[in-house]
Design a protein around this ligand. Structure first.
Ligand code: NOJ
Length: 547
């Protein structure tokens, strides 16, 4: 059924599927996923039962950071297709009942963006340079970076340029790779440009935007060194209060379009801050990263669920629930580790011992847990197939700039970006046409058992579990509201009701526990025997009336 444009509140309880375009499906046979590939697989997504897709960047880009380095915000990269492929995709998605959210990357662009090239050419003090953060270096010959800010990818956040006359010159700020110069959001030209870019895509029918690093746009006046600030001072480049004006202006633009156009912010901020971004005149939703970061542990997850719901209730925004994305270790691998957080003390965990069978069992239970919570849920491509992190990629094939920039300390994010397996018996597991090039990253041979076609119709598969849960999310009225009531349960068990009739029980402990009284089992992540819920298993129940 086509999208119903009169359902303007669709986003309050939507399930959004993240498409990482280069790894979803290759329609042209060059080994890289693209829009024709995605178009051909839309029926799969519609049948999965999701409400919307979010596409990681599809814009023209030199791909220094897999498209998060944009050279033209109004065009599609030839690797993925053309602008008319994009508009055809939006139309076809709408016809299939899927809304389309696109990534917008406002903090930085590519060093190949015409504005940055013009800034390099124009030289110090020029209005072109004022659109970025250029500064002279420190020290007698300016050879030291202007301050001590670090890049998120490792190393320093400044790069020195060679001036048009060939001399070593100013430095520019890049909170990510040096191929991603940060815009200066104090300049009205930058604000005007992004408002125009939003309209460009809204005019082409997109239903919303995922805002890349939404909390980083504004930098503290004077770009003070961190070392010069008191230890408890707020960060000079994160979560600055002036950023909210930007989103208020964006919200007014989205609201001027029909059909419920929305924003979801990538916001690595604490709960109190998150609340501010989600005020009724700002962003509709923001990613709930504490949930994604938490280990597989009942008490911690319960505390996060409570905190999340309380925080969101104060501003009337729906919560979002996320198990993975293109930046973090896949959930099967995370939950298969003794210490199941994806990063410890801010450092990504690589190649720690993992029990993939345990991880898969927990990921199945985790799917039923997060899909039963009130609000929106995000599914990162391949989660519905039970894919794990590919940790043994040869270093020379890895492409994430993090590897180089961290000096090898962080292997990077390629392991969660490996192309999807569609057909067990086709070359490249059917990622592209049979006669096409091999997928851009090699898939583990063991993914044969994870291919979509072998899972299709197998009632024990992850794919069928997701399909069943997503079907029930649509038919169970109790899952629609914003309520959640904790019910009494044993230690290491989460048991909550939604509405009068629905309950979810998850056993995190090592021993089976008796199922609470119920009228029917709607779906379970593992077989239920003798009325017992086994370890690392979740179940959705029809509650007994008058309980
Ligand atoms: C967050 C994106 O999710 C990540 O993939 C990217 O590298 C950085 N922002 C920089 O744009």
């Amino acid at each position: 059924m086509p999208v119903n444009a009169s359902e303007t509140a669709w986003w309050r309880d939507a399930v959004v599927y993240q498409v990482y375009p280069r790894s979803f499906a290759d329609g042209t046979g060059d080994g890289v996923g693209d829009l024709p590939g995605l178009l051909a697989r839309l029926p799969y997504l519609a049948a999965l039962g999701v409400d919307a897709i979010w596409l990681s960047p599809w814009y023209r880009s030199p791909m220094a950071d897999a498209g998060y380095d944009v050279a033209d915000y109004r065009d599609i990269d030839p690797l993925f297709g053309t602008l008319s492929d994009a508009t055809a995709l939006v139309e076809a998605a709408h016809e299939s009942g899927l809304r389309v959210i696109v990534d917008i990357v406002p903090n930085h662009c590519s060093d190949q963006h015409p504005w940055f090239r013009a800034a390099l050419a124009a030289g110090p003090g020029s209005p072109e340079r004022a659109l970025f953060h250029f500064r002279p270096g420190l020290g007698p010959d300016g050879a030291q970076p202007p301050n001590d800010w670090p890049s998120s990818f490792g190393g320093c956040a400044w790069e020195r340029v060679t001036e048009p006359d060939g001399t070593p010159g100013e430095w520019y700020l890049h909170l990510f790779s040096e191929a991603q110069p940060d815009f200066n959001w104090d300049r009205p030209e930058v604000r005007g440009e992004f408002e125009s870019v939003l309209r460009f895509w809204l005019d082409r029918g997109v239903d919303g935007f995922r805002i890349d690093v939404a909390n980083l746009l504004i930098k503290q006046e004077g770009l003070p060194a961190r070392a010069s600030l008191p230890p408890d001072a707020p960060s000079p480049y994160e979560d600055r209060p002036e950023v909210h004006e930007i989103y208020r202006a964006w919200r007014r633009i989205a609201d001027s379009y029909p059909g419920g156009r929305i924003f979801v912010g990538e916001l690595w901020v604490g709960r109190e801050s998150l609340r501010r971004y989600l005020r009724p005149d700002e962003l509709h939703t923001g990613f709930n990263f504490p949930y994604l970061q938490a280990p597989w542990q009942a008490e911690q997850l319960r505390a996060i669920i409570d905190g999340t719901l309380e925080t969101h209730a104060t501003v009337g925004a729906p919560a979002t629930w996320v198990l993975g994305n293109h930046d973090v270790t896949r959930v099967v691998t995370r939950y298969g580790r003794v210490e199941s957080s994806w990063a410890l003390d801010g450092v990504r965990v690589h190649n720690a011992p993992v029990d993939l069978e345990l991880g898969a069992r927990r990921a199945r239970a985790a799917a039923l847990l997060y899909l039963a919570l009130p609000g929106c849920a995000y599914v990162y491509q391949g989660e519905e197939l039970g894919l794990w992190e590919v940790e043994d990629l040869p270093p020379e094939l890895r492409q994430d700039p993090t590897l180089r920039q961290s000096g090898g300390a962080d292997l990077g994010r390629d392991g969660c970006r490996v192309p999807l397996p569609w057909e067990a018996d086709a070359p490249g597991f059917g990622f592209g046409p049979d006669e096409g090039a091999a997928p851009w990253l090699p898939q583990p041979p063991a993914w044969k058992t994870r291919a979509a076609d072998v899972q299709d119709g197998d009632p024990e598969s992850m794919l069928e579990l997701y399909r069943a849960a997503l079907r029930l999310r649509k038919t169970e009225d109790s899952l629609r509201g914003s309520d959640l009531t904790w019910l009494e349960s044993a230690d290491q068990v989460l048991f909550f009701g939604r509405g009068e009739e629905f309950a979810c029980v998850v056993n995190f402990g090592p021993e089976p526990v008796p199922l609470p009284a119920h009228d029917a089992v709607l779906v379970s992540s593992a077989p239920i025997a003798d009325g017992l819920l086994a370890a690392d298993t979740a179940v959705w129940l029809r509650r007994r009336a008058a309980e």
